[in-house]
Design a protein around this ligand. Structure first.
Ligand SMILES: [Zn+2]
Ligand SMILES: [Zn+2]
Ligand SMILES: [Zn+2]
Ligand SMILES: [Zn+2]
Ligand SMILES: [Zn+2]
Length: 454
């Protein structure tokens, strides 16, 4: 017979007076049935929307904790994302005192910034078709569904605390109307379909950086905008991934050989969005590497001059040919006085922008735009800052009063920066990871420019 006592994890506050053993078992059975049904609805071969973080055991011990990915459905083809990044107080003073130009934040080559009329913000925008998901974390008390709703926590990078609170209130109302029936599917369905219209987001979303509150009181010289940088990167990346999935599922025609194949047999260049089938791309790359004309490895479109990104070259070639390409490219770029660098976030090979004084490189894999000198987020026109300066600034921010969400974000930011410093320290000098065998290699200069395994 099943143990009828409450599990030790059960929060006593969730157990109401009307609660009796029979109801408890009925509730648990309903919860198990509901979770099973949700799994079959939400989890497909391609996508796992429901994760079970903890569950009720066969002896009815423990509580269900679920994490559900909610993908908002938009009625519009494209959603414009507008950004307002506050300018630094010292920037405004400098502008008043002199005619020096001010530099906008750099958050990827596809976002251009203009100064707002008041001068207090940089304004920029970009468009996405898919917004990154919200996460709904639910804990089911033993009194659900007979008496109490699931305890829920909703999170999303691009929504404010007020917006999240408004959504929580809306799903509370749904519970009140549900007459003690399982409610989770209704909640997710409502969120997916109504979240945008409920918040008044139709084809237009405004992002406000989390640090703006703290920034106002921050007299320090250093301004990182790390937080909004991260939000934008994840929005852009999610949108790109979803568009790729969509592309891969549909039939496409190769502009080089005119054959029609499913999109998954194509490479699509992130920068120019032109695409070519695997066979044509392999032939094209092999030919140029064999002939040593690596500088001609550009998008085959006649009007387009985009460099074929290293990950495509790597994917179509055998490792030896790829290494040969890498060495040829290093030699050529050295001759041309430009440079190839490694992305400090994902360690893939990146070709730095030709204008050398910019010290700018944009990773086409993880979308990180960084300074080739200090390896941090790009900081046009400002001097590089040291690791020590960054840590001090961030640690000073920790003394500001923060709400729970800000506190969590702050800890994440601190951890991320420490990780980056750590990974930079290990990559210091000329030691890199060999792109083909992942062993540590040393970059050697001089006549025999190339790599040597260490
Ligand atoms: Zn083709
Ligand atoms: Zn192109
Ligand atoms: Zn990268
Ligand atoms: Zn720098
Ligand atoms: Zn190797």
């Amino acid at each position: 017979m099943a143990d009828r006592s409450l599990s030790p994890q059960a929060d006593p506050a969730l157990v109401t007076n009307s609660f009796r053993d029979g109801t408890f078992l009925e509730n648990l059975q309903e919860q198990k049935d509901e979770v099973l049904a949700l799994q079959s609805i939400f989890n497909t071969e391609d996508d796992e929307k429901l994760k079970i973080l903890s569950e009720v055991s066969e002896d009815n011990e423990g509580l269900f904790t679920l994490l559900i990915k909610v993908c908002p459905i938009s009625a519009h083809d494209l959603i414009r994302v507008d950004l307002a990044v506050p300018t630094r107080p010292d920037e405004n003073m400098a502008a008043a005192a002199s005619a020096d130009p001010l530099y906008p934040p750099f958050l990827g080559s596809n976002i251009q910034f203009n100064r707002s009329e008041s001068g207090w913000h940089w304004q920029g925008s970009f468009s996405v078709k898919y917004l990154s998901p919200l996460y709904l974390q639910l804990t089911l008390p033993p009194s659900y569904p007979s008496t109490d709703p699931p305890e829920c926590h909703l999170s999303c990078d691009w929504l404010t605390m007020d917006q999240l609170t408004s959504l929580s209130q809306a799903i509370d109302t749904l519970w009140n109307e549900s007459c003690q029936m399982p409610v989770i599917y209704n909640w997710v369905h409502w969120l997916e379909n109504t979240v945008l219209s409920h918040l008044g987001i139709t084809d237009h979303l405004v992002l406000k950086p989390f640090m703006s509150q703290i920034e106002k009181d921050d007299k320090d010289e250093v301004n990182l905008n790390e937080d909004i940088d991260q939000v934008i990167a994840s929005l852009v990346q999610y949108n790109q991934e979803q568009r790729n999935i969509e592309f891969c599922k549909t039939l496409q025609e190769c502009p080089l050989c005119f054959s029609e194949k499913p999109g998954e047999h194509f490479f699509r260049m992130i920068d120019c969005q032109h695409y070519y089938c695997h066979d044509c791309m392999a032939e094209f790359c092999e030919m140029h590497v064999k002939e040593g004309t690596v500088e001609a490895l550009r998008c085959p479109d006649r009007e387009c001059n985009t460099i074929i990104p290293p990950y495509i070259v790597q994917a179509v070639m055998v490792p030896e040919a790829y290494l040969r390409w890498e060495q040829l490219l290093l030699q050529k770029t050295l001759d041309a006085m430009s440079d190839t660098v490694y992305c400090p976030r994902c360690t893939s090979l990146v070709i730095a922008e030709a204008e050398e004084e910019l010290h700018l490189a944009c990773c086409s894999i993880c979308y990180f735009s960084f300074c080739t000198q200090c390896q941090r987020s790009w900081h046009q026109g400002r001097n590089c800052i040291t690791d020590q300066e960054v840590l001090e600034t961030i640690q000073n921010r920790g003394t500001t009063v923060m709400n729970k969400r800000e506190e969590r974000k702050y800890q994440e930011l601190l951890r991320k920066i420490e990780e980056e410093i750590e990974s930079r320290t290990t990559m210091k000098g000329n030691v890199r990871t060999c792109p083909s065998c992942k062993a540590r290699v040393e970059k050697i200069g001089g006549e025999h420019f190339g790599f040597k395994h260490v």
